[in-house]
Write a protein that binds this ligand. Structure first.
Ligand code: FPP
Length: 241
């Protein structure tokens, strides 16, 4: 099956099939991108938010069913308050426009993570967007105040509170923030680091990884095309032969 239908040298039309249904991004490098330009880190996050919209839209266009992004970790609260406030403002601005976009594009949006410490207005908006889009077919997961370890502990404690005494893998999977969704086929990290940083620890058990030195705000559709092409050269054996 032709995944890469070359229209011309410059214009490659990429389409994915059922082997690549879920791609997850660790959006790293906003701060470095701003520093290189002599600008405050917040400027990098603003550009990062624009690129987040472009890249998630592009992934939908090439047929990816589920996109997950790591937007704010449980550890990111350690950053200076001004930076945290600027990131939260970007989230709120985005959430305001999200429902409209999600309905037009048939996307169900879900926020992964512990919402409890987030501002009340933001929590209300998040719930409104999740409820409003829940019957849509494609998925966009935005991890905010998310930690993979925290998610697993939360799932186990929920199972215990429900009276389950011998916990199975399915008991945990059914209580993750990503309940009912496909596991990520590909985890894509920008900006040179090659680590998971507490992202989707359970879900990534058999994910493929792709790393690029490109900083998140410089990411373009052609970087996605390169990752897709690379993914299709891999053999996934899931522990078998
Ligand atoms: C990592 O770069 C980026 C973050 C911790 C924040 C990510 C937030 C965005 C891209 C905005 C997303 C917006 C929406 C609407 C979802 P870094 O600051 O760690 O970069 P550095 O490693 O170069 O310092």
């Amino acid at each position: 099956m032709a995944l890469f239908n070359k229209k011309s040298k410059e214009n490659t039309e990429v389409k994915v099939d059922e082997r690549l249904q879920h791609i997850a991004f660790i959006m790293d490098g906003n701060g470095r991108w701003a520093k290189k330009r002599g600008m405050p880190r917040e400027y990098g996050h603003t550009q990062g938010a624009k690129v987040f919209k472009e890249i998630t839209e592009y992934c939908g266009d090439i047929g990816i069913n589920t996109v997950t992004v790591y937007a704010f970790s449980t550890e990111n609260w350690k950053r200076p308050k001004a930076e945290v406030d600027a990131i939260m403002k970007l989230f709120i601005d985005y959430i305001y426009e999200a429902l409209n976009v999600m309905m037009k594009k048939d996307i169900c949006i879900k926020f992964l993570g512990d919402k409890s410490p987030l501002p009340d207005k933001m929590k209300e908006l998040m719930t409104e967007v999740e409820e409003g889009s829940k019957n849509n077919k494609k998925h966009l997961n935005i991890a905010i105040n998310y930690g993979g370890k925290d998610e697993i502990v939360h799932a186990v404690n929920t199972a215990i509170a429900e009276g389950i005494t011998e916990i199975t893998e399915k008991d945990i999977e059914d209580r993750l923030y990503t309940k009912g969704q496909m596991m990520p086929d590909l985890i894509f990290r920008t900006a040179g680091e090659q680590r998971l940083s507490n992202f989707l620890m359970w879900q990534s058990a058999y994910s493929e990884f792709y790393f690029t030195d490109t900083l998140w705000p410089d990411l373009k559709p052609e970087h996605i095309d390169a990752a897709v092409e690379n993914f299709y050269q891999r053999q996934r054996r899931y522990g078998g032969l």
